[in-house]
Design a protein. Structure first.
Lengths: 360, 353
């Protein structure tokens, strides 16, 4: 009797766990793709136009293109957990960071033959720029107590304009192949670099969560700000810090984004990525009103979004119509995970069990 | 007794409700901005037509922002209004040109789209208790995607009846300016402006003097208290989203009437502009505070500053974005500082009495 009871408890536990939505979504998408045709999962070793042997296939595309979203989801989860709001300026700050990186690399001439500065220097400047943006948002949210969505609306409106301003509205182009490694492949390594960068970011954040109290403090501030103040935490600093950490994530994304095309388009780069990043957090089952969070679920959520996108492309859905299908899937997932709906189903299953027992 | 002189400015501010205080600030700032624009930017702003053009260009935004304010007062948010407006303009354009529909059925389509979005989003938010941000985010994705599914290419509408409606100008008697040839030209507004002003008036009355209107404030202020007072919280939230989406539909049609074409890239960023104008108009995203009259002035302030920037010679594209953001920033900080100062003054006052 007891092992059976334990098992059913575990199943219901999984059902209640945050990982449920992304895991179920991945399973559903995989089954769907298997039915349509298992060739979707083929992975080949091909030679790209630079003469390197690289992996290619739909799964690799998912890992490659989902990386930026996964990196952003890390920072967005922390911000959501601590402040109970979302940063909608990440797309615009990616443009700022990317523009700053290109400005340093190009110097005065927008189309230089060689890079004018080492990449690491440019990347550091990009990180500084993005951290400054994060700090600006953080000050407004933490010190002035403005709701995060409203506070970040400021950089959302101004960000792309500032990015264009940094480079005087010119479109710099980097011809050096070395710069394109970050968004493509490093010679000799068959795995796309953005995925490797994402893995590094994930490892770093998990080490930070394991060896510091960041996760614990963030959650306690998100659950009850006043209570955490009374037990000696400083909610202002913690909220501020989450925004700065998001700034670092944004800078990494900015580097990948500009490296992918070795250039920048101010109005198009990372467009609507803030919506996808918030969606990743929500798909990970995290409450958008703050409090407890699961980092792994958010990251998985980011890859679910990319999986969905790639699957839709496979179904020959035109790029412009993509959002409509995405919306339907998102609503289905969110409705299924809504507390009221879950309660309804669990009541149903209980009733079913009792009637069955009665019959027996 | 209070140590401060009664009737002093600080005392009067303390007595004001948050809604009225923020509304007053918005109106003062708008007039200060417009008067300084007249003083420093020359006579262009003195012409009534300049002001009427602001109204003509922003009529759709005023309508959508009113809906947004109501949702924000109730403590929610709706970022699907821009997408709905684009979907409405494309659907109406296709209906008029490809299906030879009439203007009347086009209006019905606009209202129907708004109603459908409102019903679904309202149900999901209010009765299934899903976060409004996610619901309306999906709504925005859906509307934008559907727009391209309805028709991919942008095109101008050539329907006769619609064109007549689009070019109808209502001249304001007595207001106008002398043009270069020396003839007196009356200032005009488009039909959309009348619709917008009616919407503002109706919802100003609804929010101030009807029970449903007061319910919005109560639910936004504190859902728990509203529930204990016997207010149907779920239905109130449902209504707020319903009203917002229907207004987004009407706003979409007014937008369509102004631009006269259907395109998937129409009304891009309208949701954020609506949120920004609501905030400038004194509506707080936390709920319970706000006013549609303030929203009207918020929209006007936002477009006045844009006009000032372009006419002041900062014609480079990025200046508009930066100034609007700067203005938003100043408003937010003023609101935040004022609110915390008032809270302190209030608690101090309670201690004295």
């Amino acid at each position: 009797m007891s092992p059976k009871a334990k098992k059913s408890f575990q199943i219901s536990d999984l059902f209640r766990s945050q990982m449920m939505i992304p895991v179920i979504a991945i399973l559903l998408l995989t089954i769907f793709n298997l039915i349509i045709g298992p060739s979707f999962f083929n992975i080949r070793l091909e030679e790209n136009n630079l003469g390197n042997a690289v992996l290619s296939g739909n799964l690799i595309t998912i890992l490659d293109n989902g990386s930026e979203l996964a990196i952003l989801a890390i920072g967005m989860t922390l911000v959501t957990a601590a402040s109970g709001g979302q940063d909608i300026s990440v797309g615009a700050t990616i443009a700022i960071a990317g523009s700053a990186i290109l400005k340093i690399l190009c110097g005065d001439n927008p189309h230089p033959e060689t890079m004018q500065a080492p990449i690491i220097l440019a990347f550091l400047v990009g990180i500084l720029a993005a951290m400054a943006c994060g700090a600006f948002n953080g000050i407004l949210v933490a010190y002035f107590k403005i709701q995060p969505m409203v506070a970040t609306l400021i950089l959302f409106t101004a960000g792309r304009s500032i990015a264009a301003w940094i480079n005087n509205n010119e479109l710099p182009i980097i011809k050096d192949i070395e710069f394109s490694y970050f968004g493509g492949f490093i010679p000799g390594i068959a795995v796309p670099t953005p995925f490797l960068i994402a893995v590094v970011c994930v490892i770093v954040i998990f080490l930070v969560m394991k060896f510091t109290n960041l996760g614990l403090y963030t959650q306690s501030v998100g659950i009850n700000e006043n209570a955490s103040k009374l037990i000696g935490l400083n909610p202002v600093t913690i909220k501020f810090m989450t925004f700065v950490i998001l700034g670092v994530c944004v800078a990494v994304c900015g580097l990948i984004k500009v490296s992918r095309i070795s250039s920048i388009n101010y109005s198009v780069i990372a467009k609507d990525i803030e919506m996808d990043a918030i969606l990743a957090v929500a798909l990970g089952g995290n409450a958008l009103s703050g409090g407890k969070f699961s980092m792994a679920a958010s990251i998985l959520g980011a890859y679910v979004i990319q999986y969905l996108t790639t699957t839709l492309y496979r179904m020959k859905v035109p790029a412009d119509a993509l959002p409509a299908y995405k919306a339907v899937v998102v609503i289905l997932l969110v409705v299924l995970s809504a507390p009221t709906v879950r309660e309804f189903f669990s009541k149903r299953s209980k009733k079913l069990k009792t009637t069955r027992r009665g019959v027996a | 007794m209070s140590k401060k002189k009664s009737g002093g400015l600080g005392d009067r501010i303390r007595k004001m409700s948050d809604t009225n205080l923020l509304l007053t600030i918005t109106i003062i700032v708008f007039f200060a901005m417009y008067i300084s624009a007249i003083a420093f930017m020359g006579s262009g702003f003195l012409k009534p037509q300049t002001f009427c053009n602001i109204l003509n260009n922003q009529a759709a935004l005023i309508i959508s922002a009113c809906g947004m304010s109501i949702v924000m007062i109730t403590g929610g948010i709706d970022i699907s209004v821009g997408g709905v407006a684009a979907l409405v303009s494309m659907s109406c354009a296709v209906h008029l040109d490809y299906q030879n529909g009439s203007v009347f059925t086009a209006v019905l389509i606009a209202l129907g789209i708004g109603l459908a979005f409102g019903l679904v989003q309202g149900f999901l938010v209010a009765y299934l208790d899903i976060q409004p941000f996610i619901v309306s985010l999906a709504g925005m994705f859906f509307a934008r995607g559907m727009t391209t599914i309805v028709n991919t290419k942008p095109f101008n509408v050539a329907h006769e009846g619609f064109k007549a409606l689009k070019e109808t100008r209502l001249y304001i008697p007595g207001l106008g300016s002398v043009n270069k040839k020396g003839a007196f030209v009356n200032a005009y507004v488009e039909i959309g402006v009348v619709v917008a002003l009616v919407v503002v008036l109706v919802f100003f009355i609804v929010l101030r003097w009807t029970r449903q209107g007061r319910n919005f404030y109560a639910v936004g202020g504190s859902r728990q208290s509203a529930l204990m007072l016997g207010i149907n919280v779920k239905r109130t939230r449902f209504y707020s989203h319903l009203i917002c989406s229907i207004l987004a539909g009407i706003g979409g049609f007014v937008y369509f009437m102004h631009v006269g074409s259907g395109s998937a890239s129409h009304a891009q960023g309208m949701e954020m502009e609506a949120i920004a104008s609501s905030i400038i108009g004194g509506t707080m995203l936390t709920g319970g505070v706000g006013n549609v009259l303030g929203t009207l002035f918020g929209v006007l302030s936002l477009s006045t500053i844009k006009n000032i920037v372009t006419s002041a010679g900062f014609d480079k594209a990025w200046w508009t974005g930066i100034t609007v953001a700067g203005m938003l920033c100043i408003f937010l900080v003023i609101q935040s500082v004022l609110m915390s100062w008032k809270k302190k003054a209030m608690s101090g006052g309670d201690g004295n009495s």
